[in-house]
Design a protein around this ligand. Sequence first.
Ligand code: 4AD
Ligand code: MG
Length: 461
Amino acid sequence: MRSFLNGPSFSVPGGSMEEDKPLRERYSSEITPEDFGTKLAVAGWLQDVRNLGGIAFLQLRDRGGVLQVTAIKKEMGPEGFRELVELPRESVITVTGTVQENNQAKAGFEVLPSSWELLSRAEVPLPLGVVDKVGADLDTRLDNRFLDIRKPEVAAIFRLRSILTEGLRRSLVDQGFVEVATPKIVSAGAEGGATLFKLDYFGKPAYLAQSPQLYKQHLMATGLDRVFEVAPAFRAEPSDTSRHLAEFTSLDVEQAYVRTSEDVMVTVERMTVDGIRYMIEGGQELLDQLIVRLDVPPQPFRRIPYDECIDMLRGDGADVPEDAEMGTEHEKALGQLVHQRWGEDFYFITDFPTRYKVGTFYAHRHEDRPELTGYFDLGVRGLEIASGGKREHRLDVVTAQMEEGGLRPADFEFYLKAFRYGMPPHGGFGYGLERLLQVLLGLSNIRETVLYPRDRQRLVP
Ligand code: 4AD
Ligand code: MG
């Protein structure tokens, strides 16, 4: 066997190791009737052993699924047989053996070992069961995430995340966007001081980026015209909720030469629909595994002005105080109302009032009604997935809006400089990748969508 990959190997009675053989020639899911009668190497975690004395049925799990290795004492010799069947669960082995049809085995075939090799012995007991019927609580699962992700239904979330991200990216590339990377260590916040993580940058104060907002706007002064980024964003969120992370993946888009926020909503809509379609086409089996039924949402997504949303909520008996922004409960209730009234799950809340914190200084306000911005949220079943709109590209207006919000334009000089020498009108949005995945898969906690979530309590693993 190729011991350079996995440290020293050893042979066991009952089979001689073939030094030049790969550790794995097929995933369990790749074995077909054409392989019956041939000898090949499979590898993975020893999920379970049912030892009947003279014969033992081993369940070997790999990325593709589970296959059965049938060990026969008479053929392996008592020593080799005992060593194999007494291995602790979740140990990693490679088995070379003959594939044989067997309708009793779940996969329809079994592997009869001629040799096997222990690649990594698991300690006992496991801190988290991989095949336990009783589910562990989320904290225990996250503490032992490497074991948790061995569960196929958990791995499915991350495989779907990969497909969805690729679908969203492809859509943007198709729409002429250029993928960029902007700094995550920054000198000024884009979304207000309350959620900034401060750090020491060679003796100077600096922050982890809350959003690439200022940089992607900056890029509109470069001629790249249409840019996007898929990158972490950091927020020191004051409370723990099922929708907030301290580090999330922000899919950010900015485009130049927009007339109104409508131009930006068209981009959001197309990207969302393309991404979901791609996920359905490429991930159907994984969706089935999670018992999730997804349809491509109908277009166009309904546009509902903010004030109308408030009216809808009040009409439904909700108490939305004058001058208070819609809260989480209102967002959820609105999602239900939209669903009841029109049977739709995807909708835009448009024309956010200027007085709310959304894009305070960078949002473009309606010329005829300056109490309203062109800002929108994309809501999906009551969850905010994205925020964006047309920006203010006039230097004097941006500066005035900053001052109005209590910010010092001097702190943002690097940003404002790009507005002095020819800045096209532009707009864009920030889109929460984990939020979208959460709502599409119907997961109750956003942490399920992140390999190693960061929140107020969690810095390890
Ligand atoms: O609504 P937000 O704060 O908007 C911005 O960052 C703007 N700079 C966007 C723009 O281009 N105008 O964040 C954008 C999206 C939210 O709608 C939400 O989906 C997600 O990012 N998000 C979070 N996701 C998980 N955890 C958090 N703490 C999040 N904060 C925002
Ligand atoms: Mg928002």
